[in-house]
Design a protein around this ligand. Structure first.
Ligand code: FMN
Length: 203
């Protein structure tokens, strides 16, 4: 199968024309190629995904950055603060949805996922070892949990690197994909199951 180029990263600008993919297996493979590409390419439209979870009797939604993709295991990974409200929501209901849009590709991807939050173990410690000396480490060192009210008018001083960290990894097992392509010659939409089998549906 052909590798799919990622047209003019994330800009949505008209430019290098990408050939339209004809078959469901090609499109499924291309979706995983683009997910892998967004980990390496900070300007890729799919790098920041919407993550929707269930919060009691309502929905919740936020942005997360795709950090790792394993196309064989059909998983995505993102990082989070173990104390964040989404972690509590996921413990109650691990079924979630992820949403991506790339203007460059004119592709929307909706993922049905099952989430697994890990706060200890090798998967966590190995990634924290790489992250802890980078500026991004501050995201997981705050003495206060995400969403906690701040007492004063100023943000508190930055914690030092030896403070206790609250780093967690979240693994999203992709159970189904809903791919939508917007195109002047006609929009197209396909659904893929966990086994990769696909079917065309009305956009
Ligand atoms: C561009 C962008 C990327 C973000 N990436 C992440 C991320 O990878 N992980 C994360 O936990 N929060 C990330 N956030 C912050 C979340 O969107 C959210 O504000 C925070 O995690 C608290 O969410 P919660 O209250 O639902 O737990 C990001 C926000 C933006 C704007």
């Amino acid at each position: 199968m052909r590798p799919v180029p990622h047209k003019l990263s994330g800009t949505g600008a008209p430019g290098v024309a990408m050939p339209r993919l004809d078959t469901l297996p090609e499109i499924h493979q291309a979706c995983w190629q683009q997910l892998a590409a967004c980990v390496r390419d900070k300007s890729h439209g799919w790098r920041v995904l919407g993550l929707a979870t269930v919060d009691g009797d309502t929905a919740d939604l936020r942005s997360v950055v795709v950090r790792e993709v394993d196309d064989r295991a059909r998983t995505l990974m993102f990082f989070t603060d173990a104390r964040s409200p989404k972690v509590v929501q996921i413990a109650v209901q691990p079924q979630a949805r992820m949403l991506a849009w790339s203007g460059a590709l004119s592709w929307q991807l909706r993922l049905r996922v099952r989430l697994d939050v890990q706060t200890s173990g090798l998967a966590v410690s190995s990634r924290w070892a790489r992250l802890r000396l980078s500026p991004a480490a501050q995201d997981y060192l705050s003495p206060l949990p995400p969403g906690a009210p701040l007492g004063g008018p100023m943000p508190p001083p930055l914690p030092d690197r030896d403070s206790r960290n609250h780093f967690a990894v979240v693994l999203a097992q992709v159970q189904a994909m809903d791919w939508l392509e917007l195109h002047a010659d006609g929009h197209r939409r396909a659904l893929f199951g966990a086994d990769g089998a696909g079917q065309w549906v009305t956009p």
